[in-house]
Design a binder for this molecule. Structure first.
Ligand code: DP6
Length: 359
């Protein structure tokens, strides 16, 4: 869709720099199962986070014969061969979209606001930050992406090719990725911002990330998505996700925190049920994840507060709550839940305003 052989530097190849801070996001309806080139089997919706982000800069200059490769990459000022390898493949794949990359040498530097070992998925923030840098570079070199909407659409498309969930990190507050009948502009190829569809309660929602276990994932996202290919429940799951999305969007719109919360929890449990029912089966929930789930259920019963959880492909939980209940929730975490977290650690995050360009 974005292949463009015109984007070749004609005369003087410039030097320059682009840098972005881009957040992670938490899916409320989960993307689990893909096909073709990073296309989702069902639409998903997420809240954009605020404090969990990647900062990435790309300095570019004309490539010379003396350059050993097309780019150098440092993560936290250190070499990370596994990341560099994934970035190298990504840049090669992007060549038809950004043909000028062949003319440049890139120095890429990246860091995360959260510890790498925390078990938070970093691919969404990392690939969205890099995709935004590449789109900024295109604009600096060719003046093609002046319109903010067009810029974000392309950045989301490019981010998706690195990691599906990264397509959703481009937008403030909330994003929807995948074709969905109720949204004429939605697409499997890029996400769209859906901030306007959220009741204001959800636009400032709190998101406490409870770090239960930092162990590196026993199944990568790509391997996890592959487990859906021959899954006996795959078709049922994809249609459930659509139904859940329809109902959740209504609840998010009307400000119904209880109805939204229940749907969000069902989504998290369906994701893990799919993993546990695949061949080979995968269990990513830890004993303390289940303990915390029970404690949240009890807390809800006794306080009647709309505090709900979601979980991605790992053992950590995200506690979602309205800002007006913040002090009760923080007390509940500090007094009751932290003992089940790894070294008592949790991240005090919230819904955020999306990526920002940095110096
Ligand atoms: C469980 O976006 O990490 O977090 O496209 O293979 O990089 P790739 O997968 P990824 O999958 C995310 C799965 C999830 C649910 C979600 O974020 O929607």
């Amino acid at each position: 869709m974005y292949q463009d052989s015109q984007l070749v530097l004609k005369k003087d190849v410039p030097t320059g720099r682009a840098a972005w801070r881009s957040p992670s996001n938490i899916a409320l309806v989960k993307y689990w199962g893909k096909h073709g080139n990073q296309l989702p089997r069902n639409p998903s919706v997420s809240l954009t986070l605020s404090e969990s982000y990647s900062e990435t800069s790309v300095s570019y200059r004309p490539r010379s014969a003396a350059d050993a490769g097309a780019f150098s990459f440092l993560f936290d000022a250190k070499e990370e061969p596994a990341f560099a390898d994934r970035i190298g493949k990504y840049l090669t794949e992007l060549q038809p979209i950004f043909p000028f990359l062949d003319q440049l040498h890139l120095d890429i530097r990246s860091r995360n606001s959260f510890p790498h070992s925390s078990g938070i998925a970093s691919s969404a923030s990392a690939f969205s930050a890099l995709a935004l840098c590449l789109c900024s570079m295109e604009h600096q070199c060719f003046n093609t992406l002046d319109d903010d909407k067009a810029f974000r659409k392309k950045a989301s498309y490019v981010a998706r090719l690195g990691s599906g969930s990264a397509s959703r990190s481009i937008f403030a507050t909330a994003a929807l990725w995948g074709q969905y009948g109720e949204e004429p502009e939605s697409s499997d190829e890029f996400a769209i911002g859906v901030k306007d569809q959220l009741h204001e309660t959800f636009q400032s929602y709190g998101n406490a990330i409870l770090l239960v276990d930092s162990g590196s994932k026993s199944v990568s996202s790509s391997a996890g998505h592959r487990l859906m290919e021959d899954h006996v429940f795959a078709q049922v799951r994809y249609s459930e996700a659509r139904k859940n999305l329809l109902q959740l969007m209504q609840a998010l719109h009307s400000g119904d925190t209880e109805r939204a919360g229940l749907l969000i929890e069902v989504e998290a449990m369906q994701l893990h049920a799919m993993m546990m029912a695949s061949r080979p089966y995968v269990i990513l929930l830890a004993p303390n994840t289940l303990k915390i789930i029970h404690l949240i259920q009890e807390f809800r019963k006794s306080t009647k507060l709309p505090v709900y959880f979601t979980i991605d492909a790992g053992p950590n939980l995200h506690l979602l709550y309205p800002q007006e209940n913040r002090s009760d929730v923080v007390a509940f975490i500090e007094d009751v839940l932290v003992q089940y977290c790894l070294r008592g650690s949790w991240i005090d995050d919230r819904v955020g305003n999306g990526p920002v360009q940095i110096d």
